[in-house]
Write a protein that binds this ligand. Sequence first.
Ligand code: F6R
Length: 603
Amino acid sequence: MCGIVGIVAGRDVAPLLLESLKRLEYRGYDSAGMAVLRNGAIERVRAEGKIVRLEERLAQTQLPGHTGIAHTRWATHGRPSERNAHPIMTSRVALVHNGIIENFAELQAEQGSVAYESDTDTESVAQLLTQYLEQGKSIEEAMPLVMDRIRGAFALAILIAGRPDILVAARRGSPLAIGYGEGEMYVGSDALALVPFTNRLCYLEEDDWVILHRDRAEIYNQGRLVNREIVYSMLSGAITGKDGYRHFMMKEIAEQSVVLGDALASAIDPASRQVALPGLDIDWKNIPRISMIGCGTAYLAGAVAKYWFERLASLPVDTEIASEYRYRQGPVDPQALAIVISQSGETIDSLAALRYARGKGQRIVGLLNNPESTIARESDAVLPVHAGPEIGVASTKAFTAQLLALLILAIQAGRARGTINAATETALVSALIEVPAQIAALVQRREEFATLAHALRDSQHALYLGRGLSYPLALEGALKLKELSYIHAEGYPAGEMKHGPIALIDETMPVIVLAPEDEWLEKTLANIQEVRARSGRAICFTSAQGARRLGDGVEHIVMPDVHPWVSPLLYAVPIQLVAYEAAVARGTDVDQPRNLAKSVTVE
Ligand code: F6R
């Protein structure tokens, strides 16, 4: 989603801003722009589409200047176009914004005859600040007034005409970090954008606004100068490459065996085959239930984990879609543990749900891939999933890393609560140890999934079915297929098919069934026969033994044998490969599917 960056330096900043923008590219966007102060006057270049288009424009129109801001925009108000790309400019300021200004219409109405140059909510802030500056107010006077007047979520970076020595920034709701360099200062949406220049960062807090000079940051909150702690980022300044893969997504699918192997090594004792998770102090015996909170794929990881915690630890789990949780205002048990799952750690819905859960007295564990994120900073404890940078917009390795962390946690909870014995724990850990090699072997069989995906490429719709642990995985399969290939797909519990979706079954409707060797297999096989009986096209992922029981005419892919309670870690991989290959076959933008963002920082 929108990414912002700003630099005040003693050298030309356009190349630095461009480098930083490229590091924000993974968040997803539809246009990009940059502005600098040249001899006190604001100059700007914008382009619809990818950053490379902006780069082409910059090659034609140089932007010399020592102070500048830049932006990748993900449209909220106003369609993606050069006209609506940021920076938004007035006679006095240029401004980039991440978030949504909720009262933009009210502000615009108050501004009367002022002519807007764009259709964005952002412009209401630029015009408001301009108004105050034109009334003769200083920046120190104008910014608090602006902060008072605007509602919603925002991270802002602002250039002021005639003031090439400073940059102004502000935040509420959306994250913003300040970078401290040698004689230059930076501001950016996340640490990744800043670490090529400096590892000394400070994360602004709610309602902070700041004046950046080349050698210092003056941070204000509620009319007072405040100090914010400077921390050292551990992130690497190196750009993550594709390592010879055509897409980040395929690289990240292939990386899963290594990611899970490394994560396992730090979570189990291979000799005793017991879980040994260091550093998480959870009083499992006295927790009455868990609220498992997330969005999209992260939510679905929690939905799989519900089965694990309920069966292995006898702990009830409420799975909560973050954007619904706080608005539903249902009864919340303050003794319950809230587990907030997020790859980015910046998803605004998940963050808002975290704050809601905290407000209700719940203890928060953040299950995160980015331990330097806002959700990490606001959690009571963080369980990092160690998937490494995930650049492809569709979550793959972060999902399986989340699953692994959650299963380990459920085993730990089960042991603490006395609901699983040592033999069960050993069996589960032994099965987990096999998973990295099994995933590597599955990725080697990529061609089989490509063939299957090719056969799906002309489908308009598809169904994913599964029972038990495979039901949330079926939802994930459908989500992956639709977001990547734009084939409309639905996930269903296999037993629910006969209560409605069966009406859709005909020879044109592929039905992909996840049927590992588990306690639900018998019933799932019966559901496959129901599809077959209606001339439906069933495609089944199952074990060798399951495949023998499928009967004639059911397409299938034989999966490695796996412990039933560990199966989601393995069955996640074919659904990723099918979605990936279908997207490649249909020629969609695999790493940045249309309209999607990696870091979803608006509600
Ligand atoms: C789908 C996908 C999204 C994210 C969701 C939450 O492939 O990646 O559904 O899972 O936007 O994002 P995080 O995990 O960053 O909170």
